[in-house]
Write a protein that binds this ligand. Structure first.
Ligand code: UT7
Length: 386
């Protein structure tokens, strides 16, 4: 009964989004209703824990980075590094850092206000706010505070922690609520201030990260709407935590004779750069292909690739493995470095506002990072540039 329901939901969704006759399932693959055999999917559609096409469209984007800008040359005074090493190995030339008194909530809310303005959506019409961050001002979560700051007084708000994959996981999560009809409008913010958590004496990590936030407004899409999430996929593997983590570190504290607990804070970021590099260049092309397959597309159908801005060499390798020209890969890590959950919307915002990405363009978006976690979605951009 459940699998029958899933099948019906999927078929209705496919027919609705593309206005094409629903496909019928045959064996492990999909055969078109018109009798035209289609290429087999990489795996059966109904076996996915959900549905691949979501009636949820991205209609506005905004971003915010703190004004303090630190160049590679500035870092030469701090650790044993050079502008040349950082630029050649990563593509990063500068990063923006939160100053004392500046907060993640402020960065997130400014990005959100800009996204709402572009979308032409009033803050009080937002039903759901998701703040993807691993460096919140408040360990209990910043999303409710961000919702308050932007005036999203009718929204439910919660944080989502998935490191550099957080924004991607956030839009896929919000889109489920929009697709199933629970909510009409959502705000997904991704942002991090990893300057709070890097070891500023460790040249292998401190040169990589910067602070920033970006946000998108998502609206429930009509069944005949061209814009939407056309395919998506997410993964995680806790066995990879050893390669990238920011772990709690508490000292034992005795509570009289009653119990011993721990009190403390978090360590600094620990990363096995080479293994994370290998993970990213292996898993990201694969998950992009999975999301494209869910969308019944190939890399040739993509107008733009927007992926987590960790290293330009990772982007070049992913583009090569996908068979996509670097001209189609949006990147701005030279200016901002790796802003973790902020990096995808920061890059997206710049590309939309510069007029590169236009309404109706097909975007393949990929996030990856600690967890380990990785995921992708294929979307048709639904917003106009301002
Ligand atoms: O957002 C989360 C996901 N994170 C990532 O995707 C990061 C993925 N990893 C990477 O991007 C790269 O592995 C790094 C940029 C982190 C490192 O680049 P690499 O080419 O893998 O360098 P390496 O770690 O193999 O180090 C090569 C050399 C070492 O020296 P020796 O042992 O060859 O003498 C390092 O000590 O470079 C040295 N090194 C540096 N030298 C100057 C490491 N960091 C620096 C530095 N400046 N900042």
């Amino acid at each position: 009964m459940i699998s029958r329901l899933l099948l019906l939901t999927y078929l209705g969704c496919v027919a609705g989004l593309h206005g094409t006759p629903p496909a019928s399932l045959s064996g492990r693959g999909v055969v078109a209703a018109r009798g035209q055999p289609q290429r087999l999917r990489s795996r059966p559609v109904v076996a996915k824990a959900g549905i691949s096409k979501l009636r949820s469209k991205l209609v506005g984007v905004g971003s915010c980075a703190p004004p303090t800008r630190v160049t590679n040359v500035d870092l030469e005074d701090l650790v044993d590094t050079t502008d040349e090493w950082i630029a050649q190995r990563t593509g990063i030339r500068s990063r923006h850092l939160l100053a004392p008194g500046e907060t993640m909530s402020e960065l997130g809310s400014k990005a959100a206000e800009r996204a709402l303005e572009m979308a032409g959506v009033a803050a009080e019409d937002v039903d759901l706010v998701i703040f993807a961050t691993s460096s919140a001002d408040d360990l209990f979560g910043d999303a409710a505070n961000v919702a308050k700051l932007v005036g999203a007084t009718n929204a439910v708000a919660f944080d989502l922690t998935a490191a550099c994959s957080g924004f991607l996981f956030g839009i896929n999560t919000a889109s489920q609520f929009l697709h199933n009809g629970a909510y009409k409008t959502a705000l997904v913010i991704g942002g991090d201030a990893l300057s709070r958590w890097v070891d500023w004496n460790d040249r292998s990590t401190c040169v990589l990260f910067g602070d920033g936030a970006g946000a998108v407004v998502l609206k429930a899409a009509a069944t005949d709407d061209e814009a939407g999430i056309l395919g998506w996929e997410m993964h995680s593997n806790g066995a990879g935590r050893k390669d990238l983590n920011l772990c709690y570190s508490g000292e034992p504290r005795e509570l009289g004779d009653v119990a011993t607990v721990t009190s403390g804070t978090y360590d600094t970021i620990a990363m096995n750069g080479m293994d994370v590099y290998k993970f990213a260049t292996t898993k990201v092309p694969k998950v992009l292909k999975e999301a494209l397959a869910q969308a019944d597309m190939t890399a040739d159908d993509i107008d733009w690739v927007v992926m987590h801005q960790a290293n330009i060499r990772i982007m070049e390798t992913v583009a090569k493995k996908l068979g996509v020209s670097m001209d189609k890969v949006i990147h701005n890590l030279d200016e901002y470095g790796n802003t973790s959950a902020g990096s995808i919307p920061l890059a997206l915002d710049e590309a939309v506002r510069s007029g590169k990405i236009k309404k109706g363009d097909t975007l393949a978006i990929a996030g990856f990072g600690a967890g380990l976690s990785w995921g992708a979605c294929v979307i048709r951009w639904g917003g106009e540039p301002l």
